[in-house]
Design a binder for this molecule. Structure first.
Ligand SMILES: Cc1cc2nc3c(=O)[nH]c(=O)nc-3n(C[C@H](O)[C@H](O)[C@H](O)COP(=O)(O)OP(=O)(O)OC[C@H]3O[C@@H](n4cnc5c(N)ncnc54)[C@H](O)[C@@H]3O)c2cc1C
Ligand code: SF4
Length: 336
């Protein structure tokens, strides 16, 4: 780990102005410290967001749910009203890592964590994502990589919370420097517009955040139906998704009135699948409808040499997530 200056900002404004091209923001530190220990990140300054008060609230009001960026994953997993009304969030949070990671890791950090591609995490490999001129995954080990949204890089986006929040139509609130670099500018946008594919942004982060911007809050409206998050991982004890599906579904008289689906672990960004949602809307809830949605969910997939299995696995996750969201009373809660 390199030597760096440690900054404890007393306000959001100081945190924003403490950031820049040579600084990094730290929340729980689970991901960032790993990057620093592996010499992937060499910041000259680390800005501790935890010293800013008021960013760890969970509020439920008339317009839905407000989650501060510093809310920890274990609080999301355990919150009774979130488990009941925004179930996909609680299930996604409870599926992350180990109890220690959920206790330390925050919502903002989970959404902004960097790729797990082993070439990215290896100091010896200067790949495209780190400003080099080759993606080692193309001809190398690509079992865990993306089948959707790839090119020129193919890492799979690692966040479990993002697909769950996508199907719940979450918005993200962002603070950055104001006009002429003074004060604060706040903006709010749909989470669906927050992420960038490698074709849109290769070096740097996987979101539209500039190096001085901070996620402050996630806003989640009242759900229109029941939701769920289903994840397949190699190690049950703690692992990122090999394939995951989040679903929100509203059923009326045996028909699907409205649906939203998103995939995790198989694309370079959390991957909404509006075509699958359209295949469900207005249809009777039966095997043929579920098959049609599973089929279109992976349309356009371009697997690499070692990850063809992800097509079938994703379709299985989609089928199961639809059933689990449609019949929540029959599903087992994936508890922490
Ligand atoms: C062994 C292990 C297993 C894991 N398993 C999973 C898993 O199964 N699923 C999963 O989704 N994740 C997993 N993670 C990844 C991740 O560390 C956690 O999900 C955690 O949520 C990260 O949160 P943090 O607050 O510690 O982030 P930090 O490490 O503090 O930050 C992560 C990144 O986000 C940026 N950042 C943090 N907060 C903000 C903010 N508010 N605004 C803008 N940028 C911000 C930081 O600058 C940094 O680049 C795992 C990590 C480990 C080490
Ligand atoms: S997938 Fe991305 S992070 Fe991995 S080697 Fe290729 S360019 Fe680097």
């Amino acid at each position: 780990m390199n030597r760096f200056e440690w900054m404890e900002p007393a306000s959001l404004e100081s945190a924003v102005h403490g950031l820049g091209p040579r600084a990094r923001l730290l929340a729980g530190g689970v991901d960032l410290l790993g990057e620093m220990k592996d010499h992937i990140a060499l910041p000259e300054r680390v800005v501790n967001l935890k010293s800013v008060s008021g960013l760890d609230a969970i509020e439920i009001g008339d317009h839905g749910l407000r989650l501060g960026a510093l809310v920890t994953l274990d609080r999301l997993a355990a919150h009774p009203q979130i488990r009941h009304r925004w179930r996909a969030i609680a299930e996604a949070a409870s599926s992350v890592g180990t109890p220690q990671i959920r206790n330390q890791g925050t919502l903002g950090g989970n959404l902004c964590q960097r790729p797990r591609c082993w070439y990215f995490r290896s100091e010896e490999h200067k790949c495209l994502k780190k400003g080099g001129d080759i993606c080692f995954a193309v001809a190398g080990e690509n079992k865990y990589h993306a089948i959707l949204g790839g090119g020129p890089a193919f890492y799979a986006h690692p966040s479990d919370l993002a697909p769950a929040l996508l199907v719940l139509n979450a918005q993200v609130r962002i603070a950055g420097p104001g006009p002429r670099g003074r004060g604060l500018r706040l903006r709010t946008l749909p989470l669906a517009e927050f992420y960038r594919t490698p074709a849109q942004r290769l070096v740097g982060g996987e979101t539209l955040l500039s190096d001085q911007e901070i996620v402050t809050e996630i806003l989640v409206p009242e759900p229109f139906g029941d939701s769920t998050y289903l994840k397949f991982r190699e190690r049950l004890s703690h692992d990122w998704a090999m394939a995951a599906c989040a679903a929100q579904i509203q059923i009326s008289a045996g028909h699907i009135k409205r649906a939203q689906l998103a995939l995790g672990g198989v694309a370079t960004i959390p991957w909404p699948v509006p075509a699958a949602a359209r295949a469900l809307a207005g249809q009777p809830l039966n095997q043929a409808t579920i098959e049609a949605a599973a089929h279109v969910a992976v349309a356009g997939a371009q697997p690499l040499r070692q990850n063809w299995y992800k097509i079938q696995l994703t379709q299985t996750m989609v089928r199961r997530a639809i059933r689990q969201a449609a019949f929540p009373e029959k599903a087992d809660f994936v508890s922490a």
